[in-house]
Design a protein around this ligand. Structure first.
Ligand code: CUA
Length: 351
């Protein structure tokens, strides 16, 4: 019994120690302790403080319990009832003051971090982030560019993400980069972060928002400044040319008949802020907003029946489209992109 208790205590302590150790180098998805931003370093530091106090409390409380259980256990040699006593002023004052002190220390550290992280760095770039069921829209007001589903930002540049909701309450979380902000219709929350490492960061909506809440994923592409500038320059100048290829022309006719009412492509269909912008669709690395690789293999069934792939998807199914139609549409959509930029990252640069 005693051995088993000691084993359990050691196992729990080991677990705590592991949780408090820094994340492993290399490939680690969704790691709040990934020290690639000042935000995560700060939060990681706070977490270690909290876990440290938790470990001390655990050892003291469990130690006291084990001690009392052993010391006052029934031995069978008792001749009368043990001496009875009531209360212990010194102990009671101690176990009130010490936890209160711990709470105040954690509060002070947390408040200090919150003020520090909310400071607006000079020269920050603003991106407006809007959550819709079940995708994210991005607007770069300073650059005059809109892009949907994947956020592209330059490395080393301070960012202010102004987060809001379009329909219901969502929550924007990029675990390995920065914490969470709620995306609430009519309210703008801000996330301040300076990405320090080029890579592909996995994001996820973390507020229950409907049938595909769990599928409301996204990617943040942190790219070199030079590549970001090329993307923005290309994006601003982008205007789809009338397709010369007959297959692309067929795709365009189908797009205009079936998709243009909702989806904007510069030079083809009107701006519609309520639905994903497809102007730079060929630059996306995922289809279904962060769900699958953006290849014809996933894109074609997505066009044909998106609610079948992602429950609650607001895009209707198109059973009337033939396989050849869907193929032409897919090829057409993938043809829209800023040339010379690639937002695909190797496995070891995904966080
Ligand atoms: Cu959007 Cu959950």
């Amino acid at each position: 019994m005693l051995q088993r208790s000691i084993g359990l205590v050691i196992a729990l302590l080991l677990g705590l120690a592991l949780a408090a150790s820094p994340g492993q180098a290399g490939n680690h998805s969704l790691d709040i302790l990934n020290p690639t931003t000042s935000y995560n370093r700060e939060v990681g530091q706070l977490l270690r403080w909290v876990l440290g106090f938790a470990a001390v409390v655990f050892v003291v409380v469990t130690g006291a319990m084990v001690y009392v259980t052993l010391k006052f256990r029934r031995t069978g040699r008792e001749t009368r009832e043990p001496v009875q006593f009531h209360g212990n002023d010194r102990l009671e004052v101690l176990w009130t003051i010490i936890p209160t002190l711990i709470v105040f220390i954690i509060f002070g550290l947390t408040a200090q971090s919150m003020f520090k992280l909310d400071r607006l760095p000079a020269g920050a770039m603003t991106v407006e982030v809007k959550g819709w069921r079940y995708w994210w829209d991005y607007n770069y007001p300073e650059q005059g560019v809109r892009n949907s589903s994947e956020l592209v930002v330059p490395v080393g540049k301070p960012l202010v993400l102004k987060v809001t909701g379009g329909d219901v309450i969502h929550s924007y979380r990029i675990t390995s980069l920065v914490g969470t902000q709620d995306a609430i219709p009519g309210i703008t929350n801000r996330i301040i972060v300076t990405p320090e490492k080029v890579g592909d960061y996995y994001g996820q909506c973390v507020e229950l928002c409907g049938a595909s809440h769990a599928n409301m994923r996204f990617r943040v592409k942190v790219v070199p400044q030079e590549e970001f500038d090329r993307f923005i320059t290309g994006a601003k100048a982008y205007k789809a040319a009338p397709p010369a290829d007959p297959n692309l022309a067929r795709g365009e006719t189908l797009f205009k008949a079936n998709c243009a009412g909702c989806h904007h492509i510069a030079g083809v269909s009107p701006q519609n802020l309520r639905y994903p912008d497809l102007t730079f669709f060929g630059n996306r690395t995922t289809v279904g907003s962060g769900m699958w690789p953006n290849t014809p293999q996933y894109l074609e069934p997505w066009i044909k029946n998106s609610p079948g792939m992602k429950p609650g998807s607001q895009m209707p199914a198109f059973p009337q489209l033939s396989d050849a139609d869907v193929k032409a549409l897919g090829t057409y959509l993938l043809s829209h992109k800023v040339a010379g930029v690639d937002f695909n990252f190797p496995e070891d640069q995904r966080y």
